[in-house]
Ligand binder design. Sequence first.
Ligand code: CMC
Length: 373
Amino acid sequence: MTSRSGGLEGVVAGTSAISSIDGLAGKLTYRGIDIFDLASDATFEEVAHLLWHDELPTQSQLDGLLNELSAAYALPPPVVDALRLVPQSTPPMDALRSGVSMLGAFDPDLGDNSLEANARKSVRLLAQVSAVVATFARLAAGNEPITSAEGPVADAFLQMYTGERPDETAARALDVLLVLQADHELNASTFAGRVIAATLSDMHSAVTGAIGALRGPLHGGANQGVMEMLIEIGSPDAAEDWVRERLARRELIMGFGHRVYKTADPRATILRGMSRELSRTSGHPEWFEISQVIERVMMDEKGIDSNVDFFSATVYAALGLPVNLFTPIFAMSRTSGWTAHVLEQLGDNRLIRPRAEYIGHTDRAYTPMAERG
Ligand code: CMC
């Protein structure tokens, strides 16, 4: 019965028709459509509809979705009050995890685990996750939250975070980031969410658990680690030695490596171009220059490519977003994929309950307390 593959590497743990990765070819598709085409032509809301319903939306379906999102950005007031109680120094991912958990208690479909109710929860959560991130970011900075917004998620998030209508370039760049991070097959957070959903628990529990998994530095938390590394390195001249020293100490370099891709991550390829352009126009060309040196050294030394988190970091930074919001914004995007996977899981559910190969002691006698020691 045994599989000793550490971290379930290479284990096919289920079926899915949502996204597919060809790790050798470096190809990613959502519902069969190449990520390059979606990043260049689709909006995030078209992608969310595609992930949920297996088809791109018609214009009227897209308009309907945008209306539903606009109606859902205003958080239930008790959730805003609860976020006021969270210490300002709390990492925003922790505040998001708590906020989403609490949103479950105020959901109009509370207690209804039908596919129809979960589809409605998916739309609401897509809007509300961005609202929680923006609300907590404002509170943590000592500002009053902006409790409503309208339009696409990227645009609405920037409205709720900055208090101003975003310029078109920034909104489109964020929209592309959301498209690129929307889904990625059985990544750790999605798997966590599906395991929770498969117990017939609720959508909010699944998304809360998924947020907890995304938070870790080996998963979504890597984008924050990338920017902290670039800031610490400071200049392109210092980058090579910095990386070589870390590698000599067998430390991980954030934003490199992937369990599935054995070649370039296509999302990193798209983001590299955006990073080059936006680092220059935002007045920080050094971020891209340092990144290029790190990529070269990682390829020379380890033969490892960058992943989605490497160049997304500099794109976020060029948009003026603070480092501790990078992973929460990843969560805003991945909420579309998580909820699509919960819907898929519930559409043909069976409890996910693997086995472990037992490697512990056997046949031990119980030792009374007086004889231990
Ligand atoms: N820096 C230095 N060495 C690395 C790195 C890295 N980022 N990634 C892998 N390696 C080395 C690793 O040390 C090992 O070398 P050796 O065989 O000499 O011990 C070899 O490459 C294989 O690595 P692994 O740890 O077996 O690979 P894995 O499939 O278990 O881990 C990973 C995949 C993504 C967790 C890992 O590459 C990593 O920790 N990367 C840094 C964190 C990161 O960027 N995470 C984001 C992942 S992609 C998007 C997302 O999920 O958010």
